[in-house]
Design a protein around this ligand. Structure first.
Ligand SMILES: C[S@@+](CC[C@H](N)C(=O)[O-])C[C@H]1O[C@@H](n2cnc3c(N)ncnc32)[C@H](O)[C@@H]1O
Length: 256
């Protein structure tokens, strides 16, 4: 099986045809949240380009289609994940229920639901509900004996105890939506991918649940954050992304 590779195709197809059974140590999946198409847009936003609401063709499905899709891709991940492997799934209130349901039906154990508190969350334009400022990352495992590099996570935890000592990493992560130099932008200054995840998030996940030379797979690679961080920390990476436009961003990022 090839590693340190980026595939440009549908992830279910690639997972079922190119990736060996029981071969992957860690999967980070940031699937479509199925939140596009509600018409809310905000021109002039500085973080995500002109349109801060994700509004992409790959992110629009009916509810039954979305559940079927979630079953297909998590099922395909289940086949390739080692018995001691971990899967992390990024989600929001839009799609957490489908992922949780499928993970439970497949017999996964949920270790944590990490809350990402987005410190620079967008204001609520409707003023009719509480302002959304969180997303989640589900950490699920298949059996016992999973990798958790507890001390490493303590070492990199920016929060300290009152006396300055290292602190356990909690399941509540405060970090901004990607901005500044980290945000990948085109020549026109607009963000090139609408949902680029923070490198700090992937650093914590990769260092927590894999070791050097392990294989880290991302079925919805987007701008390639997972592969970039896996490479940086000497892991093997497999990235799958079905958009050619985004594939080019990943390839450029990995060259750096
Ligand atoms: C939420 S984004 C991932 C963003 C990524 N975590 C990052 O940091 O840039 C989901 C990505 O999955 C891709 N995608 C959607 N459906 C797919 C499929 N069936 N197979 C492979 N990629 C898919 C989309 O083109 C999009 O780039």
């Amino acid at each position: 099986m090839k590693t340190n590779i980026v595939y440009n195709d549908d992830c279910v197809k690639i997972l079922n045809s190119k990736i060996d059974k029981n071969s992957v140590d860690l999967i980070f999946a940031d699937p479509p949240y199925n939140l596009s198409g509600n018409g809310l847009k905000w021109k002039g936003n500085k973080t995500g380009g002109d349109w801060y609401m994700v509004d992409e063709a790959w992110d629009k499905m009916t509810a039954p289609e979305f559940l079927k899709f979630t079953r297909q891709w998590i099922g395909a991940c289940d086949r390739v994940l080692k018995s001691k492997g971990s899967i992390y799934i990024a989600c929001s209130y839009h799609n957490i229920s489908e992922s949780m349901l499928v993970l439970k039906q497949l017999g996964f154990k949920i270790n944590n639901i990490i809350t990402w508190y987005k410190t620079n969350a967008m204001p609520n334009m409707t003023k009719r509900i509480f302002t959304h400022s969180t997303e989640f990352v589900i950490w699920a495992v298949k059996g016992s004996g999973w990798t958790f590099n507890y001390e490493t996570l303590k070492d990199i935890n920016p929060e300290k105890q009152k006396n300055g000592n290292k602190k356990q990493m909690r399941d509540f992560w405060q970090m901004p939506l990607v901005q500044g130099k980290e945000r990948i932008r085109g020549e026109d200054g607009k963000a090139m991918h609408p949902t680029q995840k923070p490198e700090e998030m992937l650093k914590r996940i990769v260092l927590a649940s894999s070791n050097e030379k392990d294989t880290v797979l991302d079925p919805f690679a987007g701008s390639g954050t997972t592969a970039y961080i896996a490479k940086k920390y000497n892991r093997r990476y497999i990235a799958i992304e079905n958009s050619l436009e985004y594939l080019k961003i990943i390839e450029n990022r990995l060259k750096k």
